[in-house]
Design a protein around this ligand. Sequence first.
Ligand SMILES: NC(=O)c1ccc[n+]([C@@H]2O[C@H](COP(=O)([O-])OP(=O)(O)OC[C@H]3O[C@@H](n4cnc5c(N)ncnc54)[C@H](O)[C@@H]3O)[C@@H](O)[C@H]2O)c1
Length: 365
Amino acid sequence: MTLAAPALDHVDLRTPEILAAIEPDHERILITTGPRSGLTIIVAVHSTRLGQALGGARMWTYAHWTDALADALRLSQAMTLKNAAAGLLRGGGKAVIRVPVGTAVTPELKRQAMLDLGDAVASLGGAYMTAEDVGTSADLMAIVAERTEHVCGLPAEQGGVGEPADATAAGVHAGIVATVAELFGSESLGGRHFCIAGLGQVGGRLARSLARAGARLTLSDVVPSKRELADELGAAWVEPEDAHRVVADVFVPCGLGGVLTPETIAELRVRAVVGAANNQLSSRESAALLAERGILWAPDFVVNGGGVIYLDLASVPGADEALVGERVGAIGETLAGVYRESAARGITTLAAAERLAFARLDAAR
Ligand SMILES: NC(=O)c1ccc[n+]([C@@H]2O[C@H](COP(=O)([O-])OP(=O)(O)OC[C@H]3O[C@@H](n4cnc5c(N)ncnc54)[C@H](O)[C@@H]3O)[C@@H](O)[C@H]2O)c1
């Protein structure tokens, strides 16, 4: 996965506030300087209660190393919820490789960083398995595999299962069908209007699958050339800053996180928000604001779990492809259960999804 947004070539999380807001209940946090790359590598193992932690390795530019730490702490916590909600016997973890601002990321530096990451992962003795994420790829995971067996998502020609975007998009599609059924009493997407913001690996695939299902589409991306996809699919185009204001049935954020702020929520003109983007809520308060406006929100860590389900289940030797597909499709039923729980208890969909994940974690105590 690569994030092409030019305005986001580095991450500045203003860490003192962010770090103060994080309860560091992680099992292990490894912070090391890669001997080959010289880069700070952080591996956060949040929980292994359900099994070996699984989560991707992000290689990105951060203003300060503590920004990378804050990201690793939050992302690994989210992986615990995602893996538990997906019903996997997997804990939550994440690796972050911090590229200092202004560093040229050459192929050689990437190779050195992947070897360093492999050693860091190996030093944890199997507590954590890594995979691709923003800034890394299946090809880079093959380099990690030179140093550790605890890596998945290698290219098919090297015996791996490749990148998980197909499965992620299939899971979000299933979540959209479940949401439409909840709202309109029918699973048919024909004539329903979706606004997709972010046409990368996942959003692009989703646009095609929704178009095949007869949906009406409005598409958006910060990269203007993505408009070609809208033309190809006969979809409308909207500039990214206006995407959340489109009058539609469902807003589908597939770009970066943090899109659902009090300001954007007040301007939404949809019945539901269902998308692949991680960490969509700017804060917990956003979940309540969406509920107050009567907008159904599909918790991101439930609806975008297709990729991790695929990486976990397809990586097992002799994996049954059809069964993996069924488990990805079951995200629709999981989400329908979250909606029912939310309505029955009068709680937000976020709280209902967390209840589901925590129940699975508690059962494993
Ligand atoms: N790829 C996966 O399997 C997977 C799995 C789980 C979660 N996710 C999450 O889904 C999201 C998309 O992942 P991806 O692999 O498709 O990433 P990607 O980098 O391939 O695509 C992201 C796209 O969003 C666009 N974008 C960025 N900011 C935008 C904005 N403000 N408005 C409109 N477009 C914007 C980018 O230009 C790019 O085309 C990310 O948040 C990612 O963390 C992906």
